[in-house]
Design a protein around this ligand. Structure first.
Ligand SMILES: Nc1ncnc2c1ncn2[C@@H]1O[C@H](COP(=O)(O)OP(=O)(O)O)[C@@H](O)[C@H]1O
Ligand SMILES: [Mg+2]
Length: 242
């Protein structure tokens, strides 16, 4: 019997810190001797590493966690153009196939006991021109979700909208990470309000990490800061058997 546990990192928007959180979580799991793998089924935007084209997000997670997974295992659908997946797939002439994604996940489940998956952009993102949406994929793969939200002005609205939408799409959000958390009145109140109004028990905050840039593969000390601010026991309790 396979008892792999997983979490799907989703965001209130693109660029909110899903990759930073995925990399921090991978680091934390590996440090605690968990057999953990990263999964980014659909990626747009590539980096050439050692002459091979890989998803920029997967490259960053590899650098932070120090764990070099084979790119083709991690990212079945990777597109060079950093545009919405349905458009990237259309431009490349290679449509996204849910069966291929399912097979990639099945292989990862044989290899790993813990899987950290990352979405592309927000939840209501089309994956093809036939209304196959990112939330359909996550529901089909039976992952619980961890929602990454910004810390500043506007985040209460984006977070509550995403939570309501996730629920209506049949997804379970097990945790929220408020990312880039500072010490201003607005940020502190946002975190408190989200804790109170979201109905989600596990709400974490991750501070601003200096010299962090997922695009240029600058890690700052993300691994250490993530470990200091997100308790291992709390975060793994959001990961369910998939
Ligand atoms: N905790 C953080 N501290 C500082 N900068 C951050 C943090 N999280 C994200 N960023 C910045 O935001 C950018 C986008 O983050 P990323 O994780 O790639 O977002 P997503 O995966 O949601 O598109 C990063 O390149 C980095 O510059
Ligand atoms: Mg990302």
């Amino acid at each position: 019997m396979n008892l792999t546990r997983g979490i799907y990192i989703i965001g209130t928007d693109t660029g909110v810190g899903k990759t930073a959180v995925a990399a921090g979580l991978m680091c934390l799991l590996l440090k605690n001797k968990c057999r953990a793998g990263y999964f980014k089924p659909v990626a747009s935007g590539v980096k050439v590493v050692d002459g091979v084209s890989v998803s920029a997000d997967a490259a960053f997670v590899n650098v932070v966690s120090g764990f070099a997974q084979k790119p083709e295992q991690v990212t079945p659908f990777v597109y060079a153009d950093a545009v919405s997946p349905h458009l990237a797939a259309r431009m490349a002439g290679r449509p996204i196939d849910r069966n291929v994604i399912r097979r990639s996940l099945d292989e990862l489940k044989i290899r790993y006991d813990w899987i950290v998956a990352e979405g592309a952009g927000g939840l209501a993102v089309p994956l093809n021109d036939e209304e196959f949406m990112q939330y359909d994929l996550i529901r089909e793969l039976k992952f619980p979700c961890l929602l990454v939200a910004r810390a500043g002005l506007g985040t209460i609205n984006h977070t509550l909208l995403t939570l309501g939408f996730a629920k209506s799409a049949g997804l379970t959000v097990r945790g929220i990470i408020i990312n880039g958390m500072g010490d201003s009145l607005i940020e502190r109140d946002n975190a408190e309000t989200i804790k109170k109004m979201s109905g989600v028990e596990a709400v974490f905050t991750l501070p601003i990490v200096s010299s962090l840039n997922t695009e240029t593969l600058q890690t700052g000390n993300l691994g250490e800061i993530f470990e200091q601010t997100v308790r291992f026991d709390d975060i793994i309790s959001t990961m369910d058997i998939i």
